[in-house]
Ligand binder design. Structure first.
Ligand SMILES: [Zn+2]
Length: 355
C-alpha cells in the first residue's frame, strides 16, 4: 500500500462536517479488498475484517471523516456568499484563502474568503479583527441571481478549504488540509491492511465517523452499532511545539504519536493507557504523552457507550489544526499505525478484562 498516496488523496478530498461523501469514497478504496463494508444513514462507514468470527471481544478503531468547513447561510445581493462555520475555526484564520463550494449539481466551485483591501478600510477597521458575520465567500458572481442560476449555488451549500497536499521527503514534512482527521482514516486502512489475513484473538471493526467537528456526534451511533469491548481512537491532534515552551510541549511533530491521558471530555482508561505505553517502550516505538484541559475526541461518546468502553487516543501531531493548512510527519503516522497493529496482535479477552 502506498500510504503517502492514500494520505494525499484523503487530505485533498472535500468533506466538511455532514458532507463527507467524497472523503468516504476515497477511504473505501484503500480498505483491504477482503474487508466487509457498510454504512448507516449518517454515512458512517463500518469496515469489518474478514477474519472476524462474531464470538470474540470487539475492538473498535475510530477516526472521523469530516473536516472543519463552512455552510452558505444566504446569498448577498452582490453575489457573495454569507456563511457559517461547520466546526470550530478562529475568525482571524478565515479570510483570504481559497475554498471550494459544492454547487447544486455536485461540482466544486472555486472561491475566496473575502478580505477587504486596505484601501477601503477605515483606521478603526484596520485595527480590529473582522467578525465571521461580516465575512463572505466570493466565487466571482456579481449578483444573487448569477450565484444561484449560473454558478448553481444554493442556501446550505457546503464549503471547505481548497488546499493541495505536498510532501517534503528530505524533512519528512507533509503540508495539507484536513489532517484532522484524514490521518486517522488512513491509519485505520493501514492497520487493517497490515493485519489482513492474520489471526487475532479479537474481532476488529473500523468505524469512520461523520460530524465529529460538530461535537463528536456520529461516534455515539457507531459505538451503539459496533458495541465494542475496547476502542482505539485515531486523531489528528494539535501540535504544541510552536506554541508552548519546550518543557511543556507534549505533542511535537517528529516525536511520535501522542497518547492523551485526559482532555475536556474523557479521562483515558489508565490501565489500558499504561499497557499501551509500556508496549510502546518495550518495542522502541516513540510516543508522547499529553495531559490536556481542553479538546475532545470521539473517545468522549465511545468510552461512555454500552457498559463503558476502555479507550485510548493515538494522536498524530498536526501544527495549525482547525485552520486551512496543517503540518505533520509521515514517520509519526507510521509509528502510530505500528503501535496500533502491535496492540491488536496482543489484545485478548483476559487482557481486556484486566482494564
Ligand atoms: Zn479531529
Amino acid at each position: 500500500m502506498n500510504e503517502l498516496k492514500m494520505i494525499e488523496e484523503l487530505s485533498n478530498a472535500f468533506g466538511p462536517a455532514g458532507f463527507e461523501d467524497e472523503a468516504q469514497l476515497v477511504a473505501r478504496r484503500y480498505m483491504p479488498a477482503t474487508a466487509q463494508m457498510e454504512e448507516d444513514s449518517l454515512r458512517d462507514l463500518y469496515v469489518r475484517r474478514r477474519e472476524n468470527t462474531g464470538g470474540r471481544p470487539v475492538v473498535q478503531l475510530d477516526a472521523h471523516l469530516d473536516e472543519v468547513g463552512f455552510m452558505v447561510q444566504a446569498i448577498r445581493p452582490d453575489g457573495a456568499l454569507k456563511f457559517i462555520p461547520l466546526g470550530t475555526i478562529v475568525a482571524s484564520n478565515i479570510p483570504a484563502h481559497k475554498v471550494k463550494v459544492r454547487a447544486k449539481d455536485g461540482t466544486l466551485v472555486s472561491g475566496i474568503t473575502t478580505a477587504k483591501p486596505p484601501h477601503f478600510m477605515s483606521d478603526a477597521e484596520k485595527n480590529r479583527m473582522p467578525a465571521v458575520e461580516e465575512m463572505a465567500i466570493d466565487v466571482g458572481a456579481s449578483s444573487l441571481e448569477e450565484a444561484r442560476d449560473s454558478y448553481g449555488i444554493r442556501v446550505a451549500a457546503p464549503a471547505a478549504p481548497d488546499v493541495r497536499f505536498e510532501y517534503d521527503e528530505k524533512h519528512d514534512i507533509m503540508i495539507g488540509k484536513a489532517f484532522d482527521n484524514r490521518l486517522g482514516c488512513a491509519a485505520i486502512a493501514s492497520v487493517l491492511e497490515q493485519l489482513d489475513g492474520e489471526a487475532l484473538s479479537v474481532d476488529v471493526v473500523g468505524a469512520l465517523a461523520t460530524q465529529e467537528e460538530l461535537g463528536c456526534r456520529s461516534a455515539a451511533v457507531t459505538a451503539r452499532t459496533v458495541k465494542p469491548q475496547i476502542a482505539i481512537v485515531f486523531e489528528g491532534c494539535p501540535a504544541d511545539d510552536t506554541v508552548v515552551e519546550k518543557w511543556l510541549s507534549q505533542t511535537a511533530v517528529h516525536k511520535g504519536p501522542m497518547l492523551r491521558h485526559i482532555d475536556a471530555r474523557m479521562l483515558t482508561n489508565p490501565r489500558f493507557q499504561r499497557w499501551a505505553l509500556d508496549l510502546a517502550e518495550e518495542l522502541g516505538i516513540p510516543v508522547q504523552e499529553a495531559v490536556r484541559t481542553g479538546g475532545a475526541t470521539n473517545g468522549a461518546p465511545i468510552h461512555l457507550s454500552n457498559e463503558g468502553v476502555p479507550c485510548i487516543v493515538i494522536g498524530f501531531p498536526v501544527r495549525y489544526i482547525h485552520s486551512h493548512y496543517g503540518i505533520a510527519s509521515l514517520e509519526d503516522f507510521k509509528n502510530g499505525v505500528r503501535l496500533a497493529v502491535e496492540i491488536l496482535r496482543r489484545l485478548d479477552e483476559k487482557t481486556i478484562r484486566s482494564f
